[in-house]
Design a protein around this ligand. Structure first.
Ligand code: NAP
Length: 248
């Protein structure tokens, strides 16, 4: 049977690019999204037409019960899990820290941090040899913002990604002897719709001058790094934070 990859937030952007590359490498796919069913339906149709075994499951990763149902659906459909890509993430409108309220912080940390923990916990229960699993790989999608701090834009989002980095380091060590590798990619400024949700659709154009390579990145350039970390070619790599940021 094909190796099975679960990608959260796969309807658009980096998650969708990862799904296309994974399909081309022969993975069977469980694709999660939150609300954009139109985008997900189109992606599933495209992948099925190319012969990929794929299901799409809506769930808010911040909600523990919905994540439990997502993984129960995975169990029913595939009965195995080889790779989790913890990609679902979001940011809110650009503002200074003193303008952020507790409700916003709960949302930003809920999706980016708690969401990644929720999915990692379910994956470990299935992959770990401690729980009778066959091992596997987890790839977290962090951000170069964890290193830069995102001043005047979204320090909350940067701090949430910093938490993802710490989780990557800790979990990698916790499960290293149980057959699971845990790594993260830290994308820089990538051409997706996430910048519009921060209130600045043209952010890549504005910021690209600060990138040593002088341009924004493509979702496919991040997806390629994710696929490598997921693969057996990265068999001795765990606890790595791989910057995919044009040198930023
Ligand atoms: P995007 O184009 O805005 O897509 C976000 C995806 O995440 C969508 O599929 C969305 O689903 C899903 N999602 C959002 N909240 C969710 C939730 N609570 N539960 C489940 N799914 C949820 O974003 P992107 O740029 O591809 O970002 C993907 C990842 O890369 C994120 O973790 C982001 O923080 C990280 N990243 C991006 C950049 C960048 O410059 N683009 C840089 C560094 C890191 P719906 O379509 O259903 O809304």
């Amino acid at each position: 049977m094909s190796r099975v990859m679960l990608i959260t937030g796969a309807s658009r952007g980096i998650g969708a690019a990862t799904a296309r590359f994974a399909a081309a490498e022969g993975y069977a796919l469980c694709l999660n999204y939150r609300q954009r069913q139109d985008a997900m339906d189109a992606l599933v149709k495209e992948l099925r037409a190319a012969g990929t075994e794929v299901i799409a499951v809506p769930a808010d990763v911040a909600d523990e019960q919905q994540v439990a149902r997502l993984f129960a659906t995975l169990d029913d459909q595939f009965g195995r899990l080889d790779v989790l890509v913890n990609n679902a993430g979001m940011l809110e409108r650009q503002m200074r820290l003193e303008q952020m309220d507790a409700a916003r912080l709960a949302r930003v940390f809920g999706v980016n941090v708690v969401g990644s923990f929720n999915c990692a916990a379910q994956a470990v229960k299935r992959m770990s040899t401690r729980h009778g699993g066959q091992g596997g790989a987890i790839v977290n999608v962090s951000s170069i913002a964890a290193k830069l701090g995102a001043p005047n834009e979204y320090i909350d989002y940067a701090a949430a990604k910093g938490a993802i980095d710490s989780m990557t380091l800790g979990l990698a060590k916790e499960v290293a002897a149980e057959g699971i590798r845990v790594n993260a990619v830290r994308p820089g400024i990538i051409e997706t719709e996430i910048h519009a949700s921060g209130g600045e659709p043209g952010r890549v154009e504005r910021v690209k001058g600060s990138v040593p390579m002088g341009r924004g990145g493509l979702a496919e350039e991040v997806a390629a790094a994710i696929l490598w970390l997921a693969s057996d070619r990265a068999s001795y790599t765990t606890g790595a934070l791989l910057d995919v940021s044009g040198g930023r």
